[in-house]
Design a protein around this ligand. Sequence first.
Ligand SMILES: C[S@@+](CC[C@H](N)C(=O)[O-])C[C@H]1O[C@@H](n2cnc3c(N)ncnc32)[C@H](O)[C@@H]1O
Length: 1013
Amino acid sequence: MQYCKRLIEVDLTIKRISAHARREKSIRHGHISTLHIWWARRPLAACRAVLCASLWPDPVDPLCPDEFREVAREEMVTWAKKHITLLSTESFNRFVKIQKDQRLLADDLELRKALLDFIADFSNWDNSTDAQFLETSRHLTQVAHESLGGIAGTRPMVVDSFAGGGSIPLEALRVGADAFASDLNPVAVLLNKVVLKYIPRYGEELAEEVRKWGEWIKKEAEKQLAEFYPKDSCGATPIAYLWVRTICCEGPGCGTEVPLMSSPWLAKKKNRSIAVKMIPNHREKKVDFEIVENIKAREVGEGTVKRGSATCPVCGYTTPAASIRRQLKERHGGANDARLFCVVTAHPGQQGRFYRLPNTHDMDAVKKAHQELERQSAEYKGELSLVPNEPYPDETASGALSSSVLYGHTTWGDIFTQRQLLTLTTLVKLIKLLEEKVEDNNTDYVLACQTCLAFAVDRHANTETSLSRWNKVGEKIEGVFSRQALPMVWDFCEANPFSTATGSLKGAIDWVYQVCHTESVLKILECNGDAIMSLSQNHPLPNDFAQCFFTDPPYYDAIAYGDLSDFFYVWLKRSIGNKYPSLFSTQLVNTEDEIVQLSKRFRGPYAHKTKEYFESGMACSLAEGRRIVMPDGIGVVVFAHKSTEGWEAQLQAMVDAGWIVTASWPIDTEMGTRMNAQGTASLASSIHLVCRPRENPDGSLRTDLIGDWRDVLQELPKRIHEWMPRLAENGVVGADAIFACLGPALEVFSRYSVVEKPNGDLVSLREYMEHVWAAISREALSVVFSEADASGFEEDSRLTAIWLWTLSTAQGKDDLDSKVTVALNRDDPSEDESSNDEKPASKTKSSGYLLEYDTARKIAQGLGAHLDKLNSIVEIKGDTARLLPVEDRARYLFGKTEEPVAVKKKAKAKQAQPSLFDLTEDFEKGDSPVEPGMRQVGTPLAGTTVLDRVHQSMLLFATGRAEALKRFLVEDGIGHDQRFWKLAQALSALYPPASDEKRWVDGVLARKKGLGL
Ligand SMILES: C[S@@+](CC[C@H](N)C(=O)[O-])C[C@H]1O[C@@H](n2cnc3c(N)ncnc32)[C@H](O)[C@@H]1O
């Protein structure tokens, strides 16, 4: 099929777009992310840029319609002449030149560059509602559509069949396309309905209505609930109540009520430290609390609970994790008999937060709330229970949802206290009442308003649970979904809905209002979108319906959307469920058909969600996408995953679905802290795979494109060789670059229906991928060693260098602390200490450099190295491979034993590990016996490989053995080998800047000149 290339198939200013996407993550006011929580939302900047570049043709392409070129030229000239001040400094120079001489744009390449500059600037959040940017982009989209064959007066249709939080369809509307969104999750569908239908239909009017009725709900709720949230007699308003769950100490004869306090700190800032002190009350077998200010850490002590077990402040006995689980299970998680230990208040006319112990008014209010809820429950006659009684995920879900499932929460209602439930059920009732209150004959309009305010209640529920926590640095409440999980919280925080602080009802309503207000521009633009609930595997749209299929499917095993969204589903079902019967017909969200690989993390209900399940479901969904798109249409599939297995499953699905990958762009979408349910780090960038249907003009799949394996193998390294430096120029390095190379690799393979070997055998994607990993590793090696000839180094040097490079990031290698390395598949050390997952300490404090085993194996294989034979530098445990830190190699390098690595492990278990100093001191004195790897002259026997020798020198430097280092480098001639210095130089650039290793290798390099080498 012949078609004109789109801009995205030739170029994209990914560095600039990435910067806007990263910045956007910290933007709050009016951003769609504040309408309602959805996990892993795409940044609008990336969606906007990708959409423009996918819908607009490349002016350089001979098939580009002249009409588009002409209009694009006119538009760019207008920008140069009239709107140049709206452009960024990066675009400014080009447009100044155009201003001076508009004939420059007669060159199609210049026109392409101007359009790409425009797109980069438009991706800036600040320009997203700017009239000039909107007008130009929409005009270009319209002209592109019509000149590429679209019916005059229509707009291009963009379909997203995994729409989630709605970023892609929202941006499709903004840039002048129609949008059709679908998702299997009813919560996601509702979000999309608000964004694609209600806001464009009712605009600012809806925003004002949300404000007005939001205020009414707040006032009504306050009338009904004020007695349960009493103000202080001095006029102060409680903003948060801090609770701690308790257990009974199982120490012999003790029985003390032990508060499960993870941290005693209430405020911990540079100039302000406030803590709660636990005072053992031996007589009453409990703990008393005292709030102390400006206190030193050692005077406060620590919390009582660590990694799931709790130490009694009275008898010192540690009740094990299993007993805590048992005790809390008996009490449905223990939120309702938790102890209130502190009330945080705000004083009128005074700045800051104040902390006090609870008084009888506080306790009475809680009791009364409890009684009131009981009374209302007894009277309640609804179809659904007043309080959500839908089952909470059981223990088998701990892998994806985290630890709250382990403590006996049997229903979704169990994760709230009685007072929280009273508040939320009251809000739900008020939302329902709106139906009568909002006087408008247009029921759709009333429903739009109700739905937006139901979202505000959901927002409030996020902070009104027993899984919310107090943030001692920000001195504010932190909602349950600060990460994509439901971890247990021992000492939780309850918001006062009627304060004005973070977590209040007012805040929740304001956030929703802001989005409606900001995006009300969609009404002025007369946008046209729709959202339905549908499985991506079986899409209702007809064949060849859309011009663009742009979607962002689940990232393999990253997020259990269905289970997480039940948190909101149970409340939405009660507030507006009857208005959307088809969305809320099931007890909970349909997780059965969710395409995700969860078999490894779940023991029970998701055992069938294997890699094969993911692959076939994804292939089916992407084939549906291809069917919906016109033969000359375009597809963009976003993917970001940290495992090679996840990537291979996704790529296999794309090939099976009949897509040809024509380009791929990594766009950096994450901020510094990136966490998912397992606390694992993920990639900084998401790869946007641009693709075209491999179809005949009539829409049937082409099966006659036979590729020659030899050609494919010849082209592959060339593509990777072109691509890697381009990525580096754009700041994409390390693991991000490795995965970003998969796109071009797939371009080479997927353009054929099948690839054949000379003997007629078909080549599987799996076989091809082995070659891909090898090509990528080799290319990375040449990047790492730049001018040096990498072939001169043994495999341990090559592997070490690539390993470190893989873990490096563009923002700075500071992310890689030498001791606690954020590995691609490991726990993130930045995890909040109060998270109560029962994790063994060793997992978060692992020294060395960790990679997922499969990634490490593939990289090693690509370099012609075998991981299992490199046990002097790599340790493999389960699915993790650890590159040993240099310090851990000391025994091997200084030859204390004949089986250095194995013996070292034994020594660790039985006796204290000899220090680095001990190991090197012996030979410095020259008095140690001759053992393998050592000699009496005080220098180590030179290691067998260049890497060993560099590491030996680093250790000599590290322990201050200047003389020995000199003898080693000069007299033993180690420093005369140029490979030694080249490797040291390369490692200096690769070790994390703050690491010991970096300091040591730089120390060795600094001696070079002085030693005359
Ligand atoms: C990565 S998220 C999409 C995020 C979205 N782009 C955003 O910006 O918020 C993937 C979505 O796929 C949906 N999903 C998973 N399996 C599905 C299926 N079989 N059919 C339709 N949607 C599915 C999930 O509910 C989730 O919303």
